[in-house]
Design a protein around this ligand. Structure first.
Ligand code: 13P
Ligand code: SF4
Length: 317
């Protein structure tokens, strides 16, 4: 299947026929991003899914994202073009792991990143995404202990910004972001001293970016730790001529569209998420034709998970 004009017409025709809204995450293939009704970060897409008046949501992203849409809208049909599109970070903690961790710290408030399964969300007090993790943790009374899972780098970032000592962090990671490392970032940054650095907080190099700023190797105002949606906003606002981007490389497409005059370069150009890239033009067309893969969440789990996801959507509006 070629992503040509015939493909685009057929996809849009089927989206209308199914009374659907087509959502794409910022890491999707460029042709998938371009055909979607909305492209954005996990938080923005969750909000749009929750507010949409369409009866079907077609989620071009990974499974936990489609599952979150289903949790928020149990009465809607939620489709993901390939249900095998998982997430190594979501796989780093199970519901049983979290139950055991909670038993060790009774009374602690559990904050889970949205990159988790419905079962983990059902054991969670408040979910967060990279764009509101700091606000979510800051909303918890200072005397309450916090269990933060599953991403250790995002957890370290939240701990640093909130200055909170009573936060325990699960040792999970995303294999794509963890591999974007400090030495690579330092090398790229010193080769391009005028560039801004846009760094996703899931990156292994997020701490190094702040170290570079702290040591005066990079001017501190050039280092920005951002969710994918906030990167697009920052691209529109910056005066820089070039930007080094530390995240999954699908992000470059939206950044170049937002600010065509800026030279955006990946810190690690091998940082591609194989799960995100399972949503091919052919998979999208097949999914729309055959009304699949349908996302199902056990109603009792969904009901328990909904409260934590709803709090995530409300904080940091
Ligand atoms: P955001 O789009 O919320 O920044 O999430 C990044 C991510 O890794 C999702 O897989
Ligand atoms: Fe999961 Fe990482 Fe892929 Fe995002 S980039 S979907 S966190 S594996």
């Amino acid at each position: 299947v070629e992503p040509d004009a015939a493909w685009r017409d057929e996809v849009r025709r089927l989206v209308d026929q199914r009374d659907a809204v087509l959502l794409a995450h910022n890491y999707q293939l460029p042709e998938i991003q371009d055909i979607a009704d909305f492209t954005g970060d996990s938080l923005a897409l969750s909000r749009i899914a929750a507010e949409s008046d369409k009866s079907t949501i077609v989620f071009c992203g990974v499974h936990f994202m489609a599952e979150t849409a289903k949790i928020l809208s149990p009465g809607k049909t939620v489709l993901i073009p390939d249900a095998r599109a998982g997430c190594s970070l979501a796989d780093s903690i199970t519901g049983a792991d979290l139950r055991a961790w909670k038993a060790e710290y009774p009374g602690a408030v559990v904050v889970s990143y949205v990159n988790t399964t419905a079962e983990v969300k059902a054991e969670t007090d408040i979910c967060c995404t990279s764009s509101n993790a700091v606000d979510v943790v800051a909303s918890i009374p200072a005397d309450k202990e916090v269990l933060f899972c599953p991403d250790q780098f995002l957890g370290a970032h939240v701990k640093r910004v909130t200055g909170r000592d009573n936060i325990r962090i699960w040792a999970g990671e995303c294999h794509v972001h963890a591999a974007i490392n400090g030495p690579e970032l330092a090398e790229r940054a010193s080769a391009d001293p005028d560039a801004d650095l846009f760094v996703h907080p899931e990156c292994g190099c997020a701490t190094s970016a702040l170290y570079l700023a702290g040591e005066g190797i990079v001017p501190p105002e050039k280092v920005k730790i951002l969710s994918t949606g906030d990167m697009v906003k920052a691209a529109k606002a910056t005066q820089a001529r070039s930007v080094l981007v530390a995240t999954e490389i699908g992000m470059l497409h939206q950044l170049r569209k937002a600010a065509p005059e800026i030279d955006f370069r990946a810190v690690n150009d091998r940082a591609s998420c194989r799960y995100m890239k399972m949503i091919t033009p052919a998979a999208l067309l097949r999914g729309l034709r055959e009304n699949k893969d349908q996302v199902h969440v056990d109603p009792e789990t969904a009901a328990r998970a909904r409260a934590s996801v709803q709090r995530m959507i409300e904080i940091g509006q």
